[in-house]
Ligand binder design. Structure first.
Ligand code: IPE
Ligand code: IPE
Ligand code: MG
Length: 241
């Protein structure tokens, strides 16, 4: 059951739709990939801001199941960026106590990238300072469909009683099964939509849509947005008491 946050100060799980890299680059007359590189550099500062803000879980949207519709050059540039990012950041993530997980469908990702992802998850498995989840080839509808497929297989194999299936059962089949639901979802770049991000998990999340383009998003701004959350009254469908 969701808990009221009336006596807690901040969100324990923050999820971010890191949007606006392309526009940031365009404003500088540079190619979109330049913006993606600048955006990737921002992640460390936001992760490192988490412990002081009481944010234990941070989930970031890096690549959606719809982002394959972009040009081949942008997609392959992003895939190269993800491989480099993991290789370069691994050591700092391990040493800084960051536990990394990936959500999304790995089937369409190249072997080298998947191996790097698996290795990083393994290398950081004992960490507990911040739980960083990176959504890569992730889509909320795709996740629910994949979960349903596995659930249906269990029913067909006689391992699961269909009459016993409820929301909690389905949640256990999602990529996020080990994570609490997000308390706060932030989207940068001024777009007020969720673009298929954590559809199921964000049923009662608070949303913050901010105009800053992702490569300009700082630890200070993150702290301000997280601070604003503390004054909100989450009701979960009940009458305020
Ligand atoms: C977000 O920035 C990063 C990804 C979706 C990979 P965009 O690339 O969507 O940047 P804009 O929205 O075009 O400015
Ligand atoms: C959402 O941003 C996906 C990520 C940030 C990875 P998009 O830029 O892809 O979303 P739309 O196309 O504006 O909805
Ligand atoms: Mg965008």
């Amino acid at each position: 059951m969701p808990q009221s946050n009336s006596d807690s100060i901040g969100p324990s799980h923050v999820a971010i739709i890191m949007d606006g890299n392309g526009r940031w680059a365009q404003a500088r007359g540079r190619p979109r990939l330049y913006g993606h590189h600048a955006g990737a550099k921002r992640v460390r500062e936001i992760v490192e801001a988490c412990p002081d803000l009481g944010v234990k879980y941070l989930t970031v949207f890096a690549f959606s199941t719809e982002n394959w519709k972009r040009t081949q050059a942008e997609v392959s540039g992003l895939m190269t960026l993800f491989r480099r990012y993991i290789s370069r950041e691994s050591r700092a993530l391990v040493e800084n106590g960051i536990r990394v997980r990936f959500i999304g469908d790995r089937i369409r990702l190249d072997e080298t990238l998947v191996r790097l992802m698996d290795d990083l998850e393994l290398m950081t498995a004992d960490n507990d300072r911040v739980h960083l989840t990176i959504a890569l080839n992730y889509g909320g509808r795709d996740e629910v469909a994949r979960a349903t497929k596995r659930l249906a297989r269990d029913v067909a194999a006689g391992r699961l009683d269909p009459e016993a299936v409820d929301a909690e059962t389905l949640a256990k089949y999602l990529d996020t099964y080990v994570l609490p639901d997000p308390d706060l979802v932030i989207r940068t770049s001024g777009e007020a939509r969720i673009s298929n991000f954590l559809l199921w998990q964000s049923a009662y999340a608070e949303y913050e849509f901010i105009d800053t383009l992702w490569p300009d998003f700082t630890g200070d701004e993150f702290a301000r947005v997280v601070g604003d959350y503390a004054v909100r009254d989450r009701r979960y469908g009940a009458v305020p008491g």
